[in-house]
Design a binder for this molecule. Structure first.
Ligand code: AMP
Length: 423
């Protein structure tokens, strides 16, 4: 926002005084995604939504911790140093951003706001929100719903508050976009009292990504989102499919946790629930061991016995490995079934979107998923599909359904919401 305002003009961002003759600073927003032992960050210049710097803090609280910082256009710099907790991690991030050589800020006062990815907002948050003490209480109440994720998100927010007590902060929830699902899509067929007592229900995740790509799809098609029925396939290490009807999520494949839905890198996706007591009984597994089995040792890894990474699976399958091929086939079949289910749930489908690591990069996954869906009006152009990581329409001429590849950008979405809500 490089404006030279008139004397006494007010900043478009309340709380930011522009003095006579002074050039307003650009709005710079830091986006933070905290895991239990990691912290990813990106600093945006919201004038043109460009990334000024980004980085990753790894192994927080574990031996061998480090921060890798990249100023846009420069080589990454790595600093290996003890990082006992998220407070120290945040301090290192802020130091890196203001570093004379590798930094992009002359001082921390240039930072306008901080946006955080928060995994679980329960039923309390149907949209992003400016963080304050009351909101933080609600985020903390969601900890039992996401015991591995929300505590890390909270640590990140508290570390920023400690370092920059007056900076506005915004929380963007993975679950928020799916709060529009109707009860028949989110209530499980278990005694209703568990929903009332423990809030046991489908929540869905990757909401920021499904929201982002569905809006982008409408923009690409030049049609109002309210008029479109879109199935968005976020296929990455974790994967979820969402039915977006008129811009609203009406169903999604992940559930109470991110374990449900299609086969993933190490997660099983949907299984017969009776499998759990059976395997536990046969293998003498505890509940925790069972949880770990389904989350960390299943999916592409569990079926193939080779890897959780689809690139390794594709390569092994190409060399004739039968279980790798089977793992690939299960994933493609699962995704295809969800597309059919969601077309039925919405009474039609206008656009199909592929996004995230697998969806953006694997032409063979996209081709296999779409094969046989011609009866739904889905037909892709093999030549157009033969590409990686580009935003483009890959449907064949005459395909009733627009098939789109749209690189997701959850960080930008968080930055946009932060800009909208922080002031
Ligand atoms: P994400 O979780 O969105 O970062 O996606 C990560 C996953 O994308 C990896 O585990 C890979 O399986 C997959 N992936 C990335 N690049 C490719 C590629 N060129 N071909 C196939 N799969 C890919």
């Amino acid at each position: 926002m490089n404006t030279t305002p008139l004397a006494g003009a007010k900043s478009p961002f309340p709380g930011r005084l522009i003095l006579e003759g002074q050039v307003d600073q650009v709005m710079k927003i830091l986006v933070i995604n905290c895991g239990s032992s990691s912290l990813k960050y990106q600093l945006f210049d919201m004038d043109n939504e460009s990334v000024l710097a980004k980085g990753l803090v790894e192994r927080i609280g574990i031996e061998g911790s480090q921060i890798k910082h990249t100023k846009t256009g420069m080589d990454a710099v790595v600093n290996q140093t003890p990082i006992p907790d998220h407070k120290v991690a945040i301090k290192l991030v802020l130091d890196a951003l203001t570093d004379k050589q590798h930094g992009v800020l002359s001082s921390l006062s240039e930072l306008s706001a901080v946006g955080h990815r928060v995994v679980h907002g329960g039923e309390d948050f149907a949209s992003s929100v400016k963080l304050d003490a009351k909101v933080m209480e609600a985020v903390k109440r969601c900890v039992p719903l996401a015991p591995l994720h929300n505590p890390a998100n909270i640590m990140g927010i508290e570390a920023v508050t400690a370092a920059l007590p007056n900076i506005p902060q915004v929380g963007v929830f993975d679950t928020a976009f799916h709060q529009t699902m109707p009860p028949h899509a989110f209530i499980y067929g278990v005694p209703y009292g568990y929903y009332e007592k423990y809030k046991v229900r489908r929540y869905g995740f990757h909401g920021t990504s499904h929201f982002f790509v569905s809006r982008r799809a409408a923009e690409m098609l030049g049609q109002p989102i309210e008029k479109l029925k879109i199935v968005t396939c976020h296929l990455g290490n974790g994967s979820s499919i969402t039915a977006v009807d008129g811009g609203k999520s009406i169903d999604t494949s992940m559930g109470f946790t991110p374990l449900a839905g299609v086969l993933m890198g190490t997660r099983s996706g949907d299984v017969d629930p009776a499998l759990l007591p059976f395997i536990a009984n046969m293998e003498k597994l505890s509940v925790a061991e069972l949880d770990s089995l389904l989350n960390k040792k299943s999916g592409l890894l569990g079926v193939s016995g080779i890897s959780s990474d689809l690139r390794d699976i594709e390569s092994a399958a190409g060399k004739g490995d039968k279980r790798a091929k089977l793992a690939e086939d299960i994933l493609n079949y699962d995704v295809k079934k969800y597309i059919g289910a969601y077309a039925a749930a919405m009474g039609g489908i206008d656009a199909l979107v592929f996004t995230a690591g697998v969806g953006e990069n694997s032409a063979s996954t996209r081709a296999a998923v779409c094969e046989g869906l011609e009866f739904l009006g889905i037909k892709i152009d093999a030549q157009k599909n033969d590409m990686r990581g580009k935003e483009m329409e890959i449907s064949a001429a005459g395909s009733k359904v627009h098939v789109l590849v749209i690189p997701t950008n959850e960080e930008l979405m968080i930055a946009r919401d932060t800009k909208r809500l922080a002031f």
